[in-house]
Design a protein. Structure first.
Length: 296
């Protein structure tokens, strides 16, 4: 199966044969994700591997249900998935853990809320409790970033939003960007999205867009600060999310499509970097990035 099937969608109409091939590629990717669901209702992070012990977890389950949304697929056993997500909720703390009866944390709580809303579970049970848990426990930038994303799905703001906003703006450069050197685009993308979700001011949009466009790697993707040339789908997703919120586009859209296509594997799934093992998170990032690129 060609690597580039999911990235074939373009502005110009495709021939019937090409459209059929693209549709087959999407169906294969949907099947890859669906096969990761276990009899618990939760999803594995990747297909079973020799000598690797895998267990379904909330983070993978949240990625799977959201990937299926953007791919146009369905959760095979919806009711079991709902039960799995609910079992990861801890009413005593108001948070979610990655496994049933585990210890809640900020990241799992945020993605748990994303799963709840995507699965259309009754929100009242989780709404107030999750807001309180995230507000009380999100301290670091990464925790604030993911907490703000989770609260966005609830269409809610934290009572700590102003405090969080202060913590984010402390990291801001004079030109409105974030980070430095090879990590400038990634850090700017993630922080600007968080700033906007928290209701912050964005007075230097042009400087921000310049940094985002200049940070695109030769491969077409975006990468972390510890690798000046490399790219990965998670960073590409962060930066593309920022472009979307700024109502802008990357400098080389086809280059980004090409990079995403290189992360596609023969099993229909996507890896975080070309040539690596397909994962549900990599597939989610690919699905949503291509969804954004295909929007006019």
């Amino acid at each position: 199966m060609c690597r580039f099937l999911l990235s074939l969608a373009a502005v110009l109409p495709l021939p019937v044969a090409a459209l059929a091939q693209e549709d087959a590629g999407v169906k294969q990717t949907i099947a890859f994700v669906q096969k990761l669901q276990t009899n618990t209702g939760g999803f594995l992070s990747m297909a079973p591997q020799p000598n690797i012990r895998l267990a379904p977890n909330l983070r993978s389950t949240s990625s799977a249900v959201r990937a299926l949304h953007y791919l146009g697929g369905k959760v095979p056993d919806h009711d079991a998935c709902v039960k799995f997500v609910d079992n990861c909720f801890d009413p005593a703390s108001g948070g979610f853990s990655d496994f049933a009866k585990g210890k809640p944390d900020v990241f799992s709580t945020a993605v748990g809320i994303m799963a709840v809303t995507e699965l259309k579970m009754p929100i009242d049970k989780y709404h107030t409790a999750a807001i309180k848990y995230l507000s009380d426990n999100a301290k670091s930038f990464e925790e604030i970033r993911i907490a703000a994303a989770g609260l966005e799905r609830l269409k809610a703001q934290s009572p700590k939003s102003k405090d969080w906003l202060k913590e984010v703006t402390k990291l801001q450069n004079k030109d409105g960007t974030f980070g430095k050197d090879a990590g400038l685009a990634r850090d700017t993308g993630g922080a600007v999205v968080t700033l906007l979700r928290l209701g912050g001011d964005l007075s230097k949009r042009d400087d921000i867009l310049r940094v985002l466009k200049e940070g695109q790697r030769p491969s077409g993707g975006y990468g972390k600060g510890d690798n000046e040339l490399g790219a990965d789908l998670e960073t590409t997703y962060r930066v593309m999310r920022c472009f979307v919120m700024l109502k802008a586009r990357p400098e080389r859209e086809e280059g980004m499509r090409t990079y995403v296509a290189k992360c596609r594997n023969e099993d229909g799934g996507y890896s975080l970097t070309p040539g690596a093992t397909s994962t549900v998170s990599g597939t989610y990032f690919a699905a949503i990035v291509l969804h954004w690129l295909n929007q006019k």
